[in-house]
Design a protein around this ligand. Structure first.
Ligand code: ATP
Ligand code: MG
Length: 208
C-alpha cells in the first residue's frame, strides 16, 4: 500500500512563508520604490485615515512593503506615529513607541531598528487608531501569516472585541495567496492595503 504524506498545518505554513518571502525578495529595487510610492496614495484614500491621529506603522525588513514614504507623508499631516518595539519584559509581545522625525533608532535582536522603550513615549495598543502590520502572506478573507514569531498575534489579542483600533495589513500584491492555513491564535485583519488595491473584510468576504 502506498501512503502520500499530507503536510500538516504547521508544515504548510512553513512552506508558504518560504515561498512568499522568496517571491517578495525577487522584487527589483525599482519595483519596491514604485510600490512604496503607490502605497501612499492607497493609504491616503482610506476613509479611516483622516480621522485617525495615533497610527502605528513598521519599518520594512526582509523586502516587506516599504512604509517610509507613507511615514513622511503622515508626519507632514501632523499625525502621531508609533513603531513596534520588542517588549523588554513580556517575551513575545510588542510595545508601540512614539516615532518622530528626530527619534533615534537602535537595532533590536533581529536587526530591525526600533526606538527606545521610554515609558512616556509608549501608547497602549488599544489607544492606537490604526495599526498597520507587516505580513508574509494574506488571503481575501483577511487571514494573515506573519514571520512566525507570534508577536503581532499576542499583542493584538489584547485588543477588546469591540476595539476602535483598526488593524490593517500592508503587503505587495505578490503576497496574496488563495488561502492562508490559519490557527486559532491568528488575529485576522480588517483591511489589507497593497500598492494596487484596498481590500475590506466583512464576515469573511472582501470588497475592493
Ligand atoms: N495570543 C497568543 N498567546 C500565546 N501564544 C501565541 C499567541 N499568538 C501566537 N502565539 C504563538 O506564537 C507562535 C507563532 O505564531 P504564528 O505562527 O501565528 O506567528 P505569525 O503570525 O507568523 O507571527 P506574527 O504575529 O509575529 O506576525 C505560535 O507558536 C503560537 O502558539
Ligand atoms: Mg499568526
Amino acid at each position: 500500500m502506498c501512503f502520500t504524506a499530507v503536510p500538516d498545518n504547521q508544515s504548510q505554513r512553513l512552506q508558504l512563508r518560504k515561498l512568499i518571502r522568496q517571491r517578495r525578495q525577487q522584487l527589483s529595487p525599482e519595483r519596491q520604490q514604485q510600490a512604496a510610492s503607490n502605497l501612499v496614495s492607497q493609504a491616503l484614500a482610506l476613509p479611516a485615515l483622516s480621522s485617525s491621529q495615533h497610527i502605528a506603522l513598521y519599518l520594512a525588513n526582509d523586502s516587506e512593503l516599504d512604509t517610509f514614504p507613507l511615514i513622511q507623508t503622515l508626519w507632514q499631516q501632523g499625525k502621531q506615529l508609533y513603531l513596534p518595539v520588542l517588549h523588554p519584559f513580556a517575551a513575545g509581545y510588542l510595545l508601540f513607541v512614539r516615532y518622530d522625525q528626530d527619534t533615534l533608532l537602535y537595532p533590536n535582536r533581529f536587526g530591525i531598528p526600533e526606538p527606545l522603550a521610554q515609558c512616556h513615549r509608549l501608547l497602549p495598543v488599544d489607544q492606537l487608531d490604526i495599526i498597520f502590520t507587516p505580513l508574509v502572506a494574506f488571503d481575501l478573507k483577511g487571514n494573515r501569516l506573519g514571520m512566525g514569531g507570534g508577536f503581532y498575534d499576542r499583542t493584538l489579542s489584547q485588543l477588546p472585541a469591540k476595539s476602535r483600533s483598526k488593524v490593517i495589513g500592508l503587503a505587495h500584491s505578490c503576497q496574496q495567496v488563495d488561502a492562508v492555513p490559519t490557527d486559532s491564535w491568528d488575529v485576522p485583519l480588517r483591511q489589507i492595503v497593497t500598492p494596487e488595491h484596498c481590500f475590506t473584510f466583512r464576515r469573511g468576504n472582501s470588497s475592493e
